[in-house]
Write a protein that binds this ligand. Structure first.
Ligand code: UGA
Length: 434
């Protein structure tokens, strides 16, 4: 059985490497030929711990190869995992044109039975459209099946999420498709959850939206904590000790970013509204999340009053630690707002500086890049912590204080212990606690 993986972005690359590591014969393809050239040489275009080593291992043992030729990949594969992106359109809905394009190409190159597996996050009922598209454009009388197998990996721990999954959701409507997918994932027999296709598609959007809701919920509670003597860290812990609630995704701070949660919450709102269902709950999740930026800017103003010409160290640019991804990162909105205030910003991140330079080029007025956290802090009027990188947790705060013009920390992710930082002589602002 030969598996083709179409699209080698985050999901596609991890899927290709992961399936090859499970012992399957995998070919990955992408319309960006540069990505394919690099991948063929064992170079991962993204920062993802462990991915490079596993890519090289599977290229070497012959389980994995890459080709820029989509048509050839389709013709030579029995199973096709569709991993192309489904970006957000202006109205919040998912742009499905790449999925449609791939479906047409599959139709035109059908040379035998094929199983087409949706791996990208797609709106419920997408499989019906893929089926219809392939039936409309296929030029030969070969049969095919469509299945849904949503991916739940997180950036930064993508490989271990793929190789040690909580569950594998499989949406199928034929015995043949079911058996093929059971064979592919035979190593994870106990973790497989088989449903119909609409259900599998919805599980993905529902899971991401639920996690986003948890984050907005704790952020709402953190606003309540700030108006009282409650401490959000202890509220979250106390809630999380109830196994029905669980302790994960209850970290208050600057809210969720990345390429998934913001987009998926809005897509589910649009899917529901198109079906005539009131989606106010999730709209509020989105609103609370966007308001985290105002919350943070207000804290900076509370500490510094006038922001014009203030030198601010911006520490953390990626949307979360262990990734160089800045898509929908809170840092971007915060930087834009501070530039409007005419602050002088010194940006630093352990991995995401190069990506940030494409967004805020080096010549941007008010923007400077530093090579270390301590360099960014030198002569700063305040330190703004935006991403909770391990490196920041271990920062020599004693040294930092000596380098800064004013010992002020505004911590958007509750990285530090308030008492400890204050003992060192810092004025310390954090989220949802005194
Ligand atoms: C998310 C899901 O966790 C994955 O299961 C899913 O496969 C993926 O989206 C996807 O759909 O592709 P990811 O976007 O990589 O993964 O990142 P998360 O670790 O979920 O974090 C999302 C955002 O929420 C980050 O900005 C993070 O800082 C924020 N967050 C997370 C909080 O603010 N508080 C928390 O308690 C947890």
């Amino acid at each position: 059985m030969k598996i083709g993986v179409i699209g080698t972005g985050y999901v596609g690359m991890v899927t290709a490497v992961g399936l090859a590591d499970l012992g399957h014969n995998v070919i990955g393809t992408d319309k960006v030929t540069k990505k394919i050239e690099k991948a063929s040489k064992g170079i991962v275009p993204i920062y993802e711990p462990g991915l490079g080593d596993l890519l090289k291992k599977n290229l070497k043992n012959g389980n994995l190869s890459f080709s820029p030729d989509l048509e050839e990949t389709i013709r030579s594969s029995d199973v096709l995992f569709v991993c192309v992106n489904t970006p957000q359109r202006k109205d919040g809905s998912a742009d499905m044109s790449f999925v449609e394009g791939v479906s047409r190409c599959i139709a035109e190159n059908l040379n035998g039975y094929k199983l087409i597996v949706e791996k990208s996050t797609v709106p419920v009922r997408t499989s019906s459209w893929i089926k219809r598209t392939i039936s409309l454009y296929k030029n030969k009388e070969y049969s095919f099946d469509v299945a849904s197998n949503p991916e739940f990996l997180r950036e930064g721990s993508a490989l271990s999420d793929f190789l040690n999954p909580d569950r594998i959701v499989i949406g199928v409507e034929s015995e043949k498709a079911r058996n093929i997918l059971l064979k592919i994932y035979k190593k994870y027999k106990e973790k497989i959850h088989i449903t119909n296709i609409d259900t599998a598609e919805l599980i993905k959007h529902a899971s991401n939206s639920f996690l986003a809701m948890k984050i907005s919920f704790i952020n709402l509670i953190s606003d309540l904590c700030e108006k009282t003597d409650a401490d959000v860290e202890f509220v979250a812990k106390g809630m999380g000790l109830d196994s029905r609630i669980g302790k994960q995704f209850l970290k208050a701070g600057l809210g969720y970013g990345g390429s998934c949660f913001p987009k998926d919450v809005r897509a589910l709102v649009k899917i529901g509204e198109d079906l005539g269902i009131g989606m106010k709950l999730l709209k509020e999740v989105d609103r609370i999340n966007l308001a985290r930026i105002d919350m943070f800017i207000n804290k900076i103003k509370e500490a510094l009053w006038i922001l014009k010409n203030k030198k601010l160290a911006v520490l953390g640019l990626s949307f979360k630690p262990r990734t160089d991804d800045i898509r929908n990162a809170p840092s971007l909105n915060i930087i834009e707002r501070l530039l409007e205030e005419e602050s002088q910003l010194i940006l630093y991140d352990p991995e995401a500086i190069e990506n940030t330079k494409t967004y805020f080029p080096e010549k941007t007025k008010g923007i400077h890049y530093a090579e270390s956290a301590l360099e960014a802090l030198t002569n700063a009027n305040a330190a703004l912590f935006i991403t909770e990188w391990e490196e920041f947790k271990k920062l020599d705060l004693y040294k930092a204080k000596q380098l800064m013009s004013n010992p002020i920390i505004i911590d958007g992710r509750n990285i530090f212990e308030p008492d400890k930082v204050r003992k060192l002589g810092f004025e310390y602002y954090s989220v949802g606690r005194k």
